[in-house]
Design a protein around this ligand. Structure first.
Ligand code: NIG
Ligand code: FE
Length: 443
């Protein structure tokens, strides 16, 4: 018999997403569904996945073990969000209003708003304030089923302020159930005070910031915003090569506002992922397909900037590029923590099927963070990160959009959300951070 301290039993659909990663082409939509499915875990790791009959025969639930009845429900892996700008202060609802009245994102940025407005607010915020803000955001993520997330710096843009953001991410990772993967994004924008010496700023990233971030072990990845309003492909290459020399993995904000060769650059440098890709042309898609670089689509940012993906997901899957999905959670282009908001957009605008979108938000997203061996699917040996939805079929996740589906979330074998509410806040690691807390002046 297999001993277990947690079991989820009798699911109408147990969506395992089992099998190798990443999924591409025809296998992008391969969900590996088990009907009347059961999952058992011990000490945070999955020890059994199978049907009801085998579960009864093979698994023994320990005396203090928890059994979750998933009859009539759908069980999925916890979402992995491979692209967030988590540690920031302030909010930009006025810019949102201006954009609704016709102002362009680039225009607002060139007036000193946009990223630089959030840089000012984030520099002013204390480490403790950023940790508090981070906790409420992570709680909202958890309520929407995210159990692992990437988190970028990039609103500091000085050595000290970038380190502050990354230390906040490290603290949040240790106190909150969601696992965080830190990314250094010093090349997010040229800071206002360095606008006449951009070359010196890039050199400072290479000579001082990357070595210090690597020395303190504060980031696993380095990202660059390759765009006319940010950094050129040549500047990005300088930064990314230095990052690789210091042992950091590479990611790129590519072709978000126009096709600037970002995807091709990411492929050529062996980046683990190229993100956005709203304007990537045929050449960029071919470069990705020929490389080991994953595509991370961020349909929430496209939607929020009133741009269209127009079937981009479909084109990438057809070209056999592994597609992942993320929120791009940030105060400018996508102020939502909810992966549940992203999947419908990926289908309706990106052209993915619901099954492809689920793979993109779980196993492929884990692969885009280098974590596919640990999370992203429900298979023996992996971490027990799962969500139980009060719906009988996975299609409801996309079809009945905007609902929370009475979600229960399990992180590493522990129930952290119970039927739509954060579990065990009293005295636990989440105490004092009710999901709806909105520390003043931000969210
Ligand atoms: O991914 N594109 C660059 N960075 C963010 C936006 C950040 C902001 O507007 O504050 C993005 O969309
Ligand atoms: Fe982003």
């Amino acid at each position: 018999m297999i001993d277990a301290d947690l079991a989820i039993v009798d699911a109408a659909e147990l969506v395992t997403v089992r099998g190798g990663a990443p999924r591409r082409g025809a296998s992008q939509g391969d969900l590996g569904i088990i009907e009347r499915g059961c999952l058992a875990a011990q000490d945070g790791l999955i020890v059994f996945v199978g049907d009801e009959r085998d579960y009864r025969r093979q698994v023994r639930l320990l005396r203090k073990g928890i059994e979750i009845d998933a009859t009539g429900r759908t069980v999925l892996p916890g979402f992995v969000d491979p692209h967030t700008h988590l540690p920031f202060a302030g909010s930009r609802e006025r810019e949102f209003e201006q954009r609704l009245q016709g102002a362009a994102y680039e225009e607002i940025a060139s007036r000193g708003g946009g990223i630089l407005a959030t840089v000012e607010a984030t520099r002013r915020a204390s480490y403790d304030a950023l940790v508090e803000l981070g906790k409420s955001r992570l709680n909202r993520m958890l309520l929407h089923g995210t159990t692992t997330a990437e988190a970028k710096s990039g609103y500091g843009l000085t050595l000290e302020d970038e380190l502050k953001q990354l230390r906040v991410v490290r603290a949040l990772d240790s106190i909150h159930p969601i696992d965080l993967v830190p990314t250094f994004l010093g090349a997010h924008a040229v800071p206002r005070e360095r606008r006449h010496e951009r070359d010196a700023y890039v050199q400072e990233i290479v000579d001082r910031m990357i070595p210090e971030v690597a020395r303190e072990g504060l980031a696993r990845f380095c990202d660059v915003f390759v765009e006319e309003i940010a950094f050129t492909p040549r500047e990005a290459e300088r930064v990314l090569k230095a990052a690789a020399e210091h042992g950091l993995g590479l990611r790129v904000h590519a072709d978000q506002l126009r096709d600037g060769g970002g995807a091709a650059l990411a492929a050529r440098l062996g980046a683990i992922a190229a993100d956005h890709l709203e304007h990537t042309g045929e050449e960029g898609i071919r470069a990705l397909a020929a490389s080991g670089t994953d595509a991370v689509l961020l349909p929430g940012a496209a939607f929020f900037l009133r741009r269209r993906l127009a079937g981009l997901g479909r084109r990438l899957v057809d070209a056999r590029v592994p597609v992942a999905l993320g929120t791009d959670f940030n105060p400018g282009t996508c102020p939502t923590e909810a992966m549940t908001a992203i999947l419908p957009l990926a289908c309706l605008d990106g052209g993915l099927s619901p099954a492809e979108a689920i793979v993109a938000a779980t196993l492929n997203a884990a692969h885009a963070l280098g974590l596919a061996e640990r999370v992203g699917s429900l298979e023996a040996g992996k971490e027990a990160d799962a969500q139980v939805l009060a719906v009988p079929h996975h299609l409801h996740l996309v079809y009945h959009f905007g609902d929370s589906h009475g979600r229960t979330v399990v992180k590493r074998g522990r129930v952290v959300v119970e039927e739509g509410a954060i579990a065990g806040t009293a005295g636990g690691p989440l105490s004092g951070t009710g999901a709806t807390d909105k520390p003043s002046g931000g969210f």
